[in-house]
Write a protein that binds this ligand. Structure first.
Ligand code: GLA
Length: 757
């Protein structure tokens, strides 16, 4: 393949024509932007270009859509595998691992299928070939490529969507399956996307993922991949604390080193789904190849698609960077801030909140709340939240869920006087709810025992004494929407914390036709999303927090609908550094709620010994909240806490909206450091934590990153000279934090010196 002219334009390759040496016209360029379509007599291919990466697709001779390249952006279209010069090596041998862009089960596919279908005549085999393509502009103005595949015989079509996010080197993918025939078909597996990785001739693929349990969510795990299949998943009906729908894959060299925070190739992705999900890596050797497929979990799943109906998968966002795990995270964070988090509050800073759960647990009374309101206001809190225990007969976790009326003994005057007082004290008012659940000991359950998931002749397993409402039933979803809509209409509520405190069990739906029974996992999430979306549009000023017994619903689907996320019930400030580090791999610090509190875990372990300052600093690395019994604070503690809240308000725009650099992992040693840099590089804050100081050793130097090397910065909070240092010097010579004793912490502030300054 030859080329007559190639130019660069606003970060995108601009190709005007492509001809062979003898002048024969080979390719037509239809779009000169982020999505380029090339068509010749022999081939069709697409190059999706971001600022630093490219993603290439093409057609095989048999009409199948194949993946050709995902990695560093190359200078010329003809540089990409399959674009004339050479073939992608992984296309040479397709026997062990499919290089289909969207592998459907049929033929010789033995690895993870994205699509598995049973047709009405019993045939269980899909053969997808290219049909047509179109390009459109998404609501945010981002380019979207839609490639339609069709089965060679049966009336089913698949629209593969690619939304390109050029500035953050990301591609969001999802699929739409359409039944274009006259009879039903059953979907047995329908994933969002498969991400093909390049063939490795040396080294190993290494998988980084997030897993854990209640009180220990989003722990960073790393494992070298070998032959076979590794599956990350939830079958619990929610995203889960046990596994989080995020992956990152780097290359471990034969000498054992891999990508670091700042360097090395990383392919990564995160799913936007808050129910049963699955991310699978299929891996073969000799040479090493792998692909990552993900989407809704096909375990116990089946979906009856009737004539004319379509099924839309959740989005799976993926990216590539050569700048290590840190850049992968920053790309995901910036995408969330600029595009994903609900637009109504995306531009606003998260308020400092106080939540009274750990102060009173179920012993909620107007009197006690009023005391806490006064204390919270004195500290500079901006949002006062009552948690569980305000409704029905909710004196403990054995009763009341489902009965969403204000408890008259706890609030004899109703909620409004308390809400009014909170507003008078200059704060917003928030409240907790767990709408998808019911206690058997509740009026709701007594009236509607058939509203919960259940199998006849089986017991209904309880967890935390509660059962899960079946939101697949339209009347149940309508009931939840109506009570919340009325509640928000009747009271001046500014914030809802939406909780979910048990996994699914006995997922039966006895009243529905049998062919729909296995749809419940998906229908539940669809109804949950629908309720929140409709409430958001009816009550646009309300801020929403997602919670599931801690961080059980931390995912991009929830973050597209909720402004912030409760990441763990564990508020021990030391444990939190690790939980928060893992969360930050995928999710933006602005969405990460962190409290200064006395959680049961921290009380019993080391909280008493820890300084208030350390506890605040740990929580100030995300969106700050307070959660302890403020009536127990001494006057000195009140003053110190108020000063720390005030300090947080000064720096929070850098933490919540800046670029995150994980300088030293809390998993690595006694030292941990995390830095935030404003997008214009004018301001930065560095939090440093020293957990054990041995042998009177001075605290080591910290090397900030992401600064403008040529500009000078004022330094506040370090031992270094008060004179400004250049960004280059700060990043190379480093800073010495003030740190003394075990569990010490420091906050260093850097501010660019004005030209004339
Ligand atoms: C869950 C949440 C907590 C709190 C309690 C209330 O555990 O994660 O923050 O709201 O429920 O019951």
């Amino acid at each position: 393949m030859g080329k007559t002219s190639v130019e660069y334009c606003q970060g995108f390759t601009l190709v005007t024509s492509v001809r062979s040496k003898n002048g024969k016209h080979l390719l037509t360029v239809e779009n000169e932007q982020a999505v380029q379509f090339f068509e010749s007599e022999e081939d069709k291919c697409w190059i999706l270009t971001t600022h630093r990466t490219a993603y290439v697709l093409g057609l095989a001779a048999n009409g199948r859509l194949q993946h050709r390249y995902w990695g560093e952006r190359l200078p010329y279209p003809s540089d990409y595998p399959g674009m004339g010069k050479f073939k992608a090596s992984h296309m040479l041998d397709d026997r062990m691992l499919s290089s289909d862009e969207y592998p459907a089960w049929g033929g010789f596919l033995y690895t993870e299928p994205c699509l598995k279908v049973t047709f009405a005549d019993g045939v269980r085999n899909v053969v997808l070939v290219y049909s047509h393509q179109r390009q459109e502009s998404g609501p945010e103005g981002l380019p979207v490529l839609v490639i339609t595949l069709r089965d060679t015989y049966y009336p089913v079509e698949v629209d593969l969507h690619y939304k390109v996010v050029p500035q953050y080197d990301l591609i969001q993918r999802w699929a739409v399956i359409r039944n274009t025939g006259q009879t039903w078909l059953d979907l047995e597996a329908v994933l969002s996307a498969a991400w093909q990785l390049p063939t490795l001739h040396e080294g190993f693929y290494r998988l980084t993922h997030l897993s854990g349990r209640w009180n220990s969510e989003t722990q960073v795990r790393r494992t070298v991949l070998s032959d076979g299949r590794k599956t990350l998943e939830s079958r619990r009906g929610l995203t889960s604390a046990e596994a989080n729908p995020f992956f990152a894959i780097d290359i471990q060299s034969p000498n054992g080193t891999g990508a670091s925070e700042e360097a090395g190739q990383v392919w990564f992705g995160a799913l936007g789904w808050s129910g049963n999900w699955k991310i699978t890596v299929d891996h073969v050797s000799d040479p090493v190849r792998a692909y990552v497929a993900g989407g809704i979990n096909d375990f116990d799943f089946r979906w009856r698609l009737k004539p004319g109906e379509k099924f839309v998968t959740p989005p799976f966002i993926g990216g590539y960077t050569a700048q290590g795990f840190g850049q992968a995270s920053r790309n995901l964070h910036m995408y969330q801030l600029d595009y994903l988090l609900p637009r109504s509050h995306a531009q606003q800073l998260r308020q400092v909140l106080y939540n009274s759960w750990e102060a009173v647990f179920f012993d909620v009374t107007e009197e006690k709340q009023l005391q806490l309101v006064e204390r919270a206001a004195q500290l500079g809190v901006e949002l006062f939240v009552i948690d569980d225990g305000w409704f029905g007969q909710r004196h403990h976790d054995r009763a009341g869920l489902g009965d969403w009326y204000v408890n008259p003994e706890k609030f004899p005057r109703g909620l409004d006087p308390l809400i009014a007082r909170v507003h008078e004290r200059g704060m917003n008012f928030g409240i907790w709810a767990e709408p998808e659940m019911v206690n058997p000991d509740s009026d709701l359950y007594r009236a509607h025992p058939d509203w919960v998931y259940n199998f006849p002749h089986r017991s209904r397993s309880e967890r935390r004494n509660q059962l899960m409402l079946n939101l697949a039933q339209p009347e149940v979803a309508a009931h939840i929407y109506t009570w919340l809509d009325n509640f928000l209409s009747e009271h001046r509520i500014d914030f809802i914390k939406w909780d979910f405190n048990r996994p699914i069990s006995e997922p039966g739906w006895p009243d529905a036709p049998v062919e729909h029974h296995r749809e419940v996992y998906v229908r539940h999430v669809q109804a949950f999303y629908d309720i929140v979306e409709r409430l958001r549009s009816r009550h646009p000023t309300v801020v929403w927090e997602v919670c599931a017994g801690g961080g059980g619903r931390a995912d991009l689907g929830a973050l597209a609908r909720f402004d912030q996320c409760w990441v763990s019930d564990n508020t021990d400030p030391f444990d939190r550094l690790k939980i928060q580090e893992g969360y930050s791999l995928a999710y933006a610090p602005k969405s990460m709620m962190a409290w200064v509190s006395n959680s049961p875990t921290s009380q019993h372990i080391n909280n008493e010994a820890l300084r208030l300052r350390y506890r605040f600093h740990s929580a100030m690395t995300g969106s700050l909240g307070l959660g302890e019994d403020l009536s127990k604070y001494t006057e000195e503690q009140m003053a110190e806490a108020a000063a720390l809240v005030a300090e947080y308000k000064i720096i929070r725009h850098i933490v919540q909206e800046g670029l995150l650099y994980r300088l030293i992992s809390p998993r690595a040693s006694d030292l941990a450091a995390v830095q935030y840099v404003s997008r214009d590089q004018r301001e930065s804050v560095v939090f440093v934590f020293l957990h054990a100081q041995h042998y009177w050793r001075a605290a080591p130097c910290i090397y900030p990153r992401g600064l403008d090397p040529t500009r000078h910065y004022h330094i506040e909070g370090s031992r270094d000279a008060a004179t400004p240092m250049s960004g280059q010097s700060l990043m190379n010579v480093g800073l010495q934090p003030h740190l003394e004793g075990h569990f010490g912490s420091a906050l260093i502030k850097l501010k660019m010196v004005d030209e004339q300054g």
